[in-house]
Design a protein around this ligand. Structure first.
Ligand code: SAM
Length: 328
């Protein structure tokens, strides 16, 4: 198997693909009420273009793929797309990040299509707060989607909780208690300066505070499981069915071990979530370039992957693209 390295000798094996910039929620910190100017349909990569890229990049060392968006489940034909992705030689980990609104209807067919793991974004357990954060009254649909994902046997099912001061930090213990009752992996993610968000440093609720709060429920035992190691620092409460994870991009970034690149919905290769530098693959894909050229562009892009994000630097500029277009 090939090993792909960037200029800082980090192994790059993980591609996150945004299949659409469309979304059926309007989370306050992600998109404005009226939505964002949408990428024209013709500029969105076709499924066959994405499949080709994954096939080529799997030959360079990419072995993990996550499908995200926008909301991936709103794109037509997503199940067949997943089935074809899962058949690509060399891709041994295929996952999806979804808001869960449509998951109840899709969970079983996604599982059958070969999706291995699923992450569901959910920032509150209170239907009214859900409406206020997402501007859509869909809490019960998401909860039904989570239960269906467990029922059809996805394992792990992870819940991604972005905590924002003054918004949902009061629910930390409720989320932690969920892991006592359900085999869910609840991950607290620090709020990041991306896209439409009105991010300021004082809105970040540091995970160190959350961890302390959760320790009031009992001891947190570290979980070390090499196989599922990502950026989350993981723990388990005594007798819990699930786990608690902390993803600390702000307070304790993990750039030194970053193994990711991203493909935006309009075909740009992006090597850092929080840096707007991108390489546009679409003209090459659409002008009949050969596979070697696509590999060459990947190597070129990796040459620009920053050592780390610059959030704490005075010159840091918030990303211009919204998370929905980058693929959060
Ligand atoms: N629609 C899918 C979903 O909701 O999971 C996938 C796309 S969404 C952009 C992916 C994740 O990015 C969500 O968990 C969302 O909460 C997160 N996100 C969006 N803006 C963020 C920000 N400024 N900081 C941290 N996470 C953010």
């Amino acid at each position: 198997m090939k090993i792909l390295k960037d200029r800082y000798q980090r192994t790059i094996n993980y591609l996150r693909i945004s299949v659409t910039d469309r979304c059926n929620l309007r989370c306050q910190y992600c998109m404005p009420e009226e939505g964002i100017p949408l990428i024209a349909h013709g500029d969105i990569l076709r499924y066959e273009e994405i499949h080709r890229l994954v096939r080529v990049y799997a030959q360079t060392g990419i072995s993990k793929v996550r499908v995200t968006g926008g909301e991936p489940l709103v794109r037509k034909g997503i199940v067949d797309f997943i089935a074809e992705l899962s058949a690509i030689p060399g891709i041994n980990d295929l996952s999806m990040t979804t808001n869960g609104v449509l998951l109840k209807d899709f969970a079983r067919s996604l599982k059958t299509a070969g999706l291995k793991r699923i992450n569901i974004s959910l920032d509150t357990l209170n239907p009214d707060t859900f409406l206020s954060i997402t501007r859509r009254d869909k809490f019960h649909d998401v909860w039904a989607g989570i239960k269906e994902a467990l029922r059809v046997g996805f394992c792990p099912v992870k819940l991604n909780v972005v905590t924002i001061k003054g918004e949902n930090e009061k629910e930390v213990l409720d989320f932690a208690r969920l892991t006592l009752e359900f085999p869910l992996v609840v991950r607290f993610i620090e709020y990041m300066p991306a896209g439409e968000s009105s991010w300021t440093p004082d809105l970040v609720y540091p995970n160190s505070h959350i961890k302390k709060e959760i320790q009031s429920l009992g001891e947190l035992t570290p979980v070390n499981d090499e196989e599922n190691n990502g950026p989350a620092v993981r723990y388990r409460l005594n007798n819990a069915l699930g786990e608690i994870g902390f993803i600390n991009p702000i307070s304790n970034h993990f750039c030194h071990s970053c193994n990711r690149i991203r493909l935006t919905a309009d075909g740009h290769l992006r090597t850092c979530l929080l840096n707007d530098e991108e390489m546009d693959l679409k003209p090459f894909l659409r002008n009949g370039c050969d596979d070697e050229k696509l590999k060459e562009i990947l190597l070129q892009a990796l040459g620009t992957k920053p050592k780390q994000h610059q959030i704490k630097e005075a010159h840091f500029k918030k990303c211009q693209r919204t998370m929905s277009a980058i693929g959060g």
